[in-house]
Design a protein around this ligand. Structure first.
Ligand SMILES: [Zn+2]
Length: 184
C-alpha cells in the first residue's frame, strides 16, 4: 500500500473541505446567535442553508439568502449536532483509493447513502425537537424512471417522500422507503 499517496490524498481532501467552509464563514456575516450556534448570511439569493461542521468550522449555519427560514433553521440545527459522516467518508475514500480505483464504485453508493442518512437524521431532529415536518407541494412522479432520478440526483431524499408522515417514523428505514417507492 502506498502510504505517501494516501496521506497526500487525505491532505487534499482536508484542505479543500476546510477552505470551502472557511470561505463560507468569512464571506458571511453573523446575524444571530442561538446558544453556541452562529447564524450567518451570505446572500447569493439561494433559498438554502449550509451547516459548517468541519474540523475548524463548527456550530455555524450559513443562510444563502437574507430570509432566515425558521423551518430550515431547525433542520440545519440538526446538522450541527451530527457526526460528519460524509467528511469522514471522503477522508477514508481518499486514503483507500490508491489501494484500488475499483473502490470508487461501491464508494459512490455508500456516499449517497450517508448523504441521505444525514439529511433524514436532520429532518427527524427538527421533527422530534420542534415538531416540524418538511413541507412541499411536490407530487410523487408517476413514472418509475422519474422517481429513480429524484432519489439519485437530489442531495436529500425526494421532497414527495420528505413531506410524508411515514418518513418521520423511525421504524421505516430509508432503504425500506426507497424500495417501496420504486416498486409499488
Ligand atoms: Zn440538510
Amino acid at each position: 500500500m502506498d502510504w505517501e499517496l494516501s496521506l497526500f490524498n487525505i491532505a487534499i481532501v482536508i484542505v479543500f473541505y476546510e477552505s470551502f467552509h472557511a470561505y463560507l464563514y468569512y464571506k458571511s456575516k453573523e446575524v444571530r446567535k442561538e446558544g453556541k450556534i452562529s447564524v450567518r448570511v451570505l446572500d447569493i439569493n439561494e433559498e438554502n442553508a449550509v451547516t459548517l461542521n468541519s474540523i475548524f468550522f463548527r456550530n455555524t449555519i450559513v443562510f444563502l439568502s437574507n430570509k432566515i427560514d425558521e423551518k430550515i433553521l431547525t433542520h440545519e440545527e440538526g446538522h450541527t449536532k451530527q457526526f460528519n459522516y460524509i467528511y469522514a467518508f471522503l477522508i477514508a475514500v481518499a486514503a483507500l483509493l490508491p489501494v484500488s480505483t475499483l473502490l470508487a464504485i461501491p464508494a459512490i453508493l455508500v456516499g449517497k447513502y450517508l448523504l441521505w442518512k444525514m439529511e433524514r437524521d436532520a429532518d427527524l431532529y427538527a421533527y422530534s425537537k420542534y415538531n416540524i415536518k418538511y413541507e412541499s407541494v411536490a407530487e410523487r412522479p408517476k413514472s418509475k424512471i422519474d422517481r429513480i432520478k429524484a432519489w439519485v440526483f437530489d442531495s436529500h431524499p425526494p421532497d414527495y417522500i420528505r413531506k410524508e408522515d411515514k418518513y418521520y417514523e423511525k421504524k421505516n428505514s430509508l432503504i425500506k422507503l426507497l424500495l417501496k417507492d420504486l416498486f409499488s
